[in-house]
Design a protein around this ligand. Sequence first.
Ligand code: PEP
Ligand code: MN
Length: 350
Amino acid sequence: MLILMKPTATLRQTGEVLAFSERLSLRPYLSQAQGRRVIAITREDETLAAGLRELPGVDEVRPLGSGIKLTSRLFRSEDSVLIVGGGDRGSRPVAIGAGSMTVIAGPCAVEDRNMLLECAHAVREAGALMLRGGAFKPRTSPYAFQGLGVKGLELLAEARAATGLPLVTEVLSVDDLPAVAECADVLQVGARNMQNTALLRAVGETGRPVLLKRGMMATVDELLMSAEYILATGNQSVILCERGIRTFETSTRNTLDVAAVPVLRRRCHLPIIVDPSHAAGHRYLIAPLALAGVAAGADGLLIEVHPHPDHAVTDAEQTISTEKFADLMRQIRAVHSSIRSSAATSGWAD
Ligand code: PEP
Ligand code: MN
């Protein structure tokens, strides 16, 4: 349920509602929507709602049924802006959300030191603000390269130290989480793990920012519910990523659901990014899909880049060169500045 405080409610009255909820062993979450304080509690109960309505300062108690709560615009009306990186890890802090264009780029997998460092310097030079690279890879075949594991994390940390770029890397299982969380600035939960609820809870509990990818067969509602798992741990730092869904179309690896961007934007306050690489499956499609994502109002992009894409060990067909990436960055800036000056992405409430 959402408890909407009166715009005139005092801090003390808000505190009393929080204390009331805690006395009933409920975990209240406090936010701000439409200029007033909002408290979300995860239990839906009419008797409880009636009790809450009696408390001073409470304007309205709104049931949410089985719908989203903490990801909802009703809970937080303003776009969430996350600051990732910075702190003790040696990366530069980067903002994402509310119309930013935060580009995350790097190889599909960390393969070796030279390639990673060359790639990291080149993407930073071109304007990427974060470095991606998989050390633990989710592969379709158990016989294919599974990533360098902990060694890959060490190389990523070296690339961060050399460039200042915050790191985004995937965590495949709860077992790997301590090592990945120790290294990563942002923990990526991949499409295949979007509904791994034990992993979602565990990444949430680390308190580190999480990049949550949409499952290839997941609806927007399911993506939001997976984000709720993370937010319900008290960790509000979640970035949502549209990376294509499986359809009957075979010309692309997946079908990029561009509409998911404005759909999510309307319902949810979290930053939204688009991954054209895993949607496209082909190099020639990366630029048009990336630009479509920007035009649809994404707050950032996740793009696979390699200094020698033909030699990439994983996802070579969809990986672009560092030169192509630099060209694409120029187009991304042009489209982003043109839509930022229009009302195209600000109409979520209409
Ligand atoms: C990735 O980004 O490296 C990846 C495996 O993507 P996805 O989970 O979207 O398939
Ligand atoms: Mn990949």
